[in-house]
Design a protein around this ligand. Structure first.
Ligand code: HEM
Length: 200
């Protein structure tokens, strides 16, 4: 199934669905009383969900012993960047009217913005180097660079936990899933507990 020629196009459509949903809601005026806030939240949520999905693909490969899961990793990662870019752009445009100084002051003054912005900046080199050419060019450094994704996950979850004022349930669920995905990367768990023999 994962090898099927339609698997990748279908995954592309799956990643695009949140955007289509947001656009459809905008067209039909279904974005609530504060459309900018709704779109900021939805793009942030989908960037985080797809980030978790991206980090799930390697454990899935190891559990099932099927390397085909990795075929979807680059596309999922690029969609993380796409939704994070939309999230950032809406905030930059709506909150700061594209004023760089005002944006920098906000990044300096509000810790949850500092965290989100740092995550976004760190995501940029990962998106830029996610192609095969850069992979070859960077050699063994590519893997080290892409390990930044773990730090990005921590920053994004901290960003979410920090901005919430009352109901912590949703960010806590994401934090637990993210924590589990990070735990699965620990060599002791990777090698001894869950993984099929011969697959690293
Ligand atoms: C330049 C970087 C970023 C800025 C300026 C930013 C800004 C914001 C703002 C203003 C909110 C809404 C806060 C509120 O309504 O009180 C928000 C929420 C959120 N952001 Fe970000 N963010 C950034 C990066 C990121 C990144 C990289 C991710 C994920 C990969 C992310 C995920 C989220 C999530 C999950 C929420 C909560 C959505 C919800 O409440 O449903 N943000 N962000």
């Amino acid at each position: 199934m994962l090898k099927h020629p339609l698997a990748k196009p279908l995954f592309f459509i799956f990643c695009l669905l949140p955007l289509l949903w947001i656009v459809a809601n905008a067209v039909f005026g279904d974005l609530g009383a504060n459309p900018v806030e709704t779109v900021t939240h939805q793009t942030g949520d989908w960037a985080l969900r797809l980030l978790l999905l991206t980090l799930l693909l390697t454990p899935l490969k190891n559990w099932t012993g099927n390397p085909q899961w990795i075929r979807f990793r680059r596309m999922a990662g690029l969609f993380v960047y796409f939704y994070a870019f939309c999230h950032f752009s809406i905030w930059y445009l709506a909150d700061h009217g594209l004023d760089v100084l005002s944006m920098l002051n906000d990044i300096k003054d509000r810790p949850y913005i500092t965290l989100g912005f740092t995550a976004f900046v760190l995501l940029t080199p990962l998106a830029l180097t996610s192609n095969r050419w850069m992979m070859k060019k960077l050699g063994k450094h590519w893997k080290s660079l892409h390990r930044l994704v773990y730090l990005i996950l921590v920053l994004v979850i901290a960003h979410y936990l920090w901005l919430v004022k009352a109901d912590y349930r949703e960010p806590i669920v994401y934090a637990l899933i993210g924590g589990l995905l990070l735990l699965l990367r620990l060599p002791v768990i990777r090698q001894n507990l869950l993984y099929k023999q011969g697959v690293s």
